[in-house]
Design a protein. Structure first.
Length: 378
């Protein structure tokens, strides 16, 4: 956790300011406006000035989960709390946390994305040119240079692909994710001092209202139990005059090949299986797709007269990615507990309700919906 981040984060429960203690070198993290802006904590503790709740910093990432989600930290990071008994007492009290406090659906979502982004995802910076090309598509109608010099939020940052891209174009970025995938995002972006990663909940963001110049959420809202509420929370993080950019699944009116890529006929079965079985099924499907789709697409994509045809085929964003990333892409469709499909009218209503005056929703070549809007001054 870099020093600068202290100026941006708050307690997700009461909105109070936070102070930090480092276990790396004992003492308080310097104020966010002091000269030691490069200070970074790998292990430590954040404490709220107002309600006295405590939040651990583990692996360089502040874990700002609300009360009902904080018990997951014990499952994944018991070694940290055994090494720092004062942190265990501050975060959980005297007893081992109750992991049954939050709903079954949220448990499943947290577990699914943590498995996907920790066990399956292996981001490879050799493919960053492909990331940048997809990022440019997601930002339309803006050019990528639009983010330069701005403070941005990536809600549902996954393994940090879009954080990496925005940072490459000169943005200061904060990535937020509920799952243990935040550790992957931290590793992917660690060399950029202007990128920060926070573990937190989109419904109760640990940031001040109106903090960011822009916020983006690509491929995330459709996996939330309540996508509309997630969007409204995202919009509150942006200052008046700032922009929100989203991309979500569509179905009605989309290309036939795109609709087939969601495997809806078998998803009802696969999403209920244990992760080990899900992994085997997704790996098998990814292998089939590699042989019949991605390998031929890579060959045909080399020729200018066949490239336009290839680009219209489903799942072409993955054709040059490592096989592990292809398995992850299949897992995202087959194994996530919640998946919604949206239409343009619904998304337009979200932007209107959130107070955006200049907004539009359009399809990405009939393969999902993009939405972009500018928040009106209050």
């Amino acid at each position: 956790m870099k020093n600068r981040l202290l100026k941006l984060v708050i307690c997700p429960e009461c909105g109070g300011d936070l102070s930090a203690v480092s276990y790396d070198s004992v003492g308080l993290l310097p104020p966010a406006n002091c000269a030691s802006a490069s200070t970074e904590i790998m292990e430590g503790l954040l404490t709220c000035h107002k309600c006295r709740r405590a939040y651990p910093i583990i692996g360089g990432v502040p874990r700002l989960l609300p009360d009902d989600l904080r018990p997951t930290l014990w499952k994944y990071h018991s070694q940290f709390f055994q090494s720092h008994t004062d942190a265990k007492a501050a975060v959980f009290g005297e007893h081992e946390p109750d992991r049954d406090k939050f709903t079954k659906q949220r448990q499943e979502t947290f577990s699914s994305f943590s498995f996907q982004r920790v066990e399956l995802t292996t981001p490879d910076l050799r493919f960053s040119k492909d990331w940048l090309a997809l990022f440019a598509k997601r930002l339309r109608p803006h050019e990528p240079e639009y983010v330069s010099g701005k403070l941005g939020l990536d809600a549902g940052c996954g393994f940090g692909q879009h954080l990496y891209c925005a940072g490459s174009y000169g943005a200061e970025m904060v990535g937020l994710d509920l799952s243990e995938g935040v550790q992957r995002a931290f590793e992917t972006t660690r060399n950029n001092p202007r990128i920060h990663v926070v573990q937190g909940d989109i419904y109760r963001m640990p940031f001040r209202t109106g903090e960011f110049d822009f916020a983006m959420s690509f491929g995330v809202l459709h996996h939330l139990p309540d996508p509309r509420s997630g969007f409204l929370s995202l919009s509150r993080a942006v200052r008046p005059g700032g922009d929100v950019l989203i991309w979500v699944y569509g179905y009605k009116g989309m290309r036939w090949t795109y609709r087939r890529s969601h495997f809806r006929t078998i998803r009802w079965f696969t999403r209920k299986q244990p992760h080990s079985i899900q992994y085997g099924m997704c790996a098998a499907i990814a292998l089939i797709l590699e042989v019949v789709l991605w390998w031929p697409s890579r060959i045909l994509g080399r020729f200018k007269w066949t490239r336009p045809m290839v680009d219209r085929l489903p799942a072409q964003n993955n054709r040059r990615q490592p096989f592990a990333m292809k398995v992850t892409a299949v897992f995202d469709r087959l194994a996530t507990p919640v998946t919604h499909f949206h239409d343009r009218e619904e998304l337009m209503s979200w932007f209107g309700e959130a107070g955006f005056g200049d907004f539009n929703v359009f399809s990405e070549d009939r393969r999902g919906w993009q939405g972009v809007g500018k928040k009106m001054p209050q």
